[in-house]
Design a protein around this ligand. Structure first.
Ligand SMILES: *Cc1c(COP(=O)(O)O)cnc(C)c1O
Length: 374
């Protein structure tokens, strides 16, 4: 028997969340963002759920090639653009749209001898201060891009530093002032922009994390009511039970001491599976469908849970680490991070199963599943 841990990927949840995003930003077309191997879910696994998107956006050229090989014929955007001159030919060959955020990338495109032009999204640094042309230099960059033969359509994009706490107007005002009068389709919204900033929907939105059911703020309750579904459910089982007497402690560092008799379940999941070691005592977890809490320190291969709310639970009981009962953001919040990081950090050793499209039940067991190829 392998260890009982598994991550269950539900393409249907991605389809549902994409549909929601499209309803909320109903005037815009959508680039589904699937960078970082679809935020850890696996591009090939969730690809069938993306049919409703007008475009796909990601970072790595090799991931873009994989998406074309899967049969994607619609726009495919490289969010950081090209990294070296040779990438131009690949962009041409695979009909990629590339972000252009610096003069060096314009140089590479200007030097290219390609037959077909490459569509670009000219990126403005409107205040995030990572990638992009400064607002005062943006118009000149646009003029230069327009004069480069190997460049086709020029879109206008920027990225928000804190779309999650409501403060985007300062960046959007900067962007609008700098692009005034310039033609070209605009794309400025990530997931938070989609959910909370209709003013920022524009021509194309770029939702990422909400497609997987996670909160752009990292706080689960901020997305309550939108009806997002978890695309990844991490499950395992209880492999040991201890009954502790008052004053006994649990696990490494003896960080948790019981003050009353307590049954504690030992779950086959640890930080080597991608569960955060910093998850505090009290982090929610579900055992046999009942929400309870982890107690003590997470170790490499195991963690421990308070079985008080589920006295019937014992060895073999099913555990949901995160999914639809316990949102990945709740685990992240209790660990000082955001759901994005946990989804992306799922360890390679965790077996992944893909749920059948016809099987939406998040708690469904191995029945009706197939093991994903790779
Ligand atoms: C990652 C990314 C997105 C998607 O962000 P989410 O917060 O996951 O929706 C959108 N645009 C750019 C440029 C990105 O890098």
């Amino acid at each position: 028997m392998p260890r009982p841990i598994a991550a269950r990927i539900q393409p249907d949840a991605v389809r549902h969340n994409l549909q929601l995003a499209r309803q909320i930003a109903s005037g815009a077309r959508a680039f589904a963002v699937i960078k970082a191997n679809a935020y850890g879910h696996g591009i090939e696994r969730i690809y069938p759920a993306l049919a409703g998107a007008e475009g796909i956006a990601l970072l790595d050229l090799d991931e873009a090639v994989r998406v074309r090989e899967l049969g994607w014929t619609k726009p495919l955007l490289l969010l950081e653009g090209i990294f070296e001159p040779a990438d131009v030919e690949l962009a041409v060959a695979h009909r990629l749209t590339v972000a252009v955020h610096c003069d060096e990338q314009l140089d590479m495109l200007a030097a290219a001898k390609s037959q077909r032009p490459v569509d670009i999204q000219l990126k403005m640094n409107s205040g995030m201060n990572r990638l992009g042309f400064r607002p005062h230099a943006f118009r000149a960059a646009w003029e230069r891009a327009r004069g480069i033969r190997s460049i086709g359509a020029i879109g206008l994009m920027t990225h928000f530093a804190n779309a999650d706490d409501g403060q985007i107007d300062w960046q959007l005002d900067t962007f609008d002032a700098a692009v005034q009068g310039l033609p070209g389709e605009q794309s400025v919204s990530n997931s938070a922009g989609v959910l909370w900033h209709p003013r920022a929907h524009r021509d194309w939105v770029r939702p990422g994390t909400i497609l997987y059911g996670a909160s752009p703020t990292g706080v689960a309750r901020h997305v309550e009511g939108f009806g997002l579904r978890a695309a990844m459910t991490l499950t395992s089982r209880i492999i040991g039970v201890q009954t502790l007497a008052p004053q006994e402690t649990i696990g490494y560092g003896r960080t948790f001491e019981v003050d009353r008799p307590m049954r504690v379940g030992v779950v086959a999941c640890g930080y080597a599976d991608g569960y955060p070691r910093h998850a505090r005592t009290g982090t929610p977890i579900a055992v046999d469908g009942v929400r309870t809490r982890i107690v003590g320190r997470v170790s490499m291969d195991m963690l421990t849970v308070d079985l008080t709310p589920c006295p019937q639970a014992g060895i073999g009981s099913s555990v949901e680490l995160w999914g639809d009962q316990v949102r990945v953001d709740e685990v992240a919040e209790a660990s000082g991070t955001i759901g994005y990081e946990l989804m992306c950090a799922l360890a390679r050793r965790v077996p992944v199963v893909v749920a059948d499209a016809a099987d939406p039940a998040p708690a469904a067991q191995a029945h009706g599943e197939r093991v994903a190829a790779a």
